[in-house]
Ligand binder design. Sequence first.
Ligand SMILES: NC(=O)c1ccc[n+]([C@@H]2O[C@H](COP(=O)([O-])OP(=O)(O)OC[C@H]3O[C@@H](n4cnc5c(N)ncnc54)[C@H](O)[C@@H]3O)[C@@H](O)[C@H]2O)c1
Length: 400
Amino acid sequence: MPSSRREFLVRTGAAAAALSSWPAELLARTTRPASDERVRLAVVGGGFGASHHWHEHPGCVVTAVTDLEENRRQRLRRQYGCDDVYPSLEVMLEKASDRFDAVAVFTDAPSHVRHAVMCFDAGKHVVSACPAATTLEDAKTLVAAQQRTGLRYMMHESSWYRQECIAARELYRSGGLGRLIYSEFEYYHDGIGTRSDNRQRWGGEKSWRMGFPPMLYPTHSLGFLVGTTGERIVKVSCLGQRIGDDFPFDGENAYDNPFSNEMALGITDQGNICRFGVFWAMAAEGERGQWFGEKQACYMGSSSGQSQMTKPRHGRAAPWEVPRYWEGDRLPEAMRHPSGHGGSSVFLCHDFIEALLNDREPVIDLAESLAMTVPGIVAHQSALQGGKQLEVPRLGEKHG
Ligand SMILES: NC(=O)c1ccc[n+]([C@@H]2O[C@H](COP(=O)([O-])OP(=O)(O)OC[C@H]3O[C@@H](n4cnc5c(N)ncnc54)[C@H](O)[C@@H]3O)[C@@H](O)[C@H]2O)c1
């Protein structure tokens, strides 16, 4: 890479601190002058990682793809129109490092930090599937690696850019929601990580999802909080539950996890209360939020049947009309279409690529990513201690 290009895409921590506050809404409107500069992206992981829209962004080209499995390598090749295919991330970094500037890490959740650090050490910016980390030690390792290398990091959390979350965020920022006194966020995914799920999807092999502790996957819930007000959970108490004969508890999973369901109650740095949960066994589905502001409440609809409503403090409840933000001018033209997880996928791709092109942090930078991740790790510890309230460390924050 010519040095001017490298300087353009790689920057130091000092500059990062200066630019780290949230820019205007999603920064989705392009701020960079017209240019033919393009981020060269490598994609790792051909499951969920093969369902995104990097290749549609005019400022991005996918130049390398990899998965451990052949059929998944072919999915990546087809999705991104990229014929430069490698048998593993390790081989790709060794053989083709000069062909990409950034890596999209969509591997198994427990490997995210190890893989992100490998990429940082090779001088690559990283966008990682959620969760950012699954242990506090890993979260600290990630922070240290980013500080050491000065490269950019983003967690690809869909709740943040669900259309309802964009609407709640705009309402909050315009003052229409008022203080977010109380909120309720949930991620319900019945049957995931069970023995039969494992048989059907992984041919009986033990995948990383088998018996995965629910609260190590808190980001779909907490994305609705952090992505609306930016506040942080500072203390948390959590209860765990064992439901379902098909769930591999305790010694049958790699995490010594006794719970299929976990529900937490947190207090934020603004003194607000937030209930957030992750259930793997229940008769409901989806990712959903309810925001109770001092001026207005917003109730997200869901495929489980709840209506999408809003209620001003001194008025009647009415349907909550949420715009289809992807249709407007927030995205490059080729990306103005519906996309996965509530329309979030195109926005997430845009966030990361625009950040690199504009030499600034992604909106979902490391601090925001860990604010959605770390409270869940601590909540699981709380559940293991019968609901004891625990303090949540603030990791990777911009100002100390
Ligand atoms: N809404 C969302 O944001 C959402 C939805 C689904 C999955 N996810 C996350 O995305 C990630 C991927 O999910 P998935 O369902 O595809 O998981 P998965 O386990 O099915 O796929 C992970 C893939 O990574 C590949 N891989 C692992 N190590 C590798 C290496 N060293 N080199 C190359 N390839 C490697 C594996 O071969 C596998 O195909 C997970 O972390 C999950 O948490 C997020």
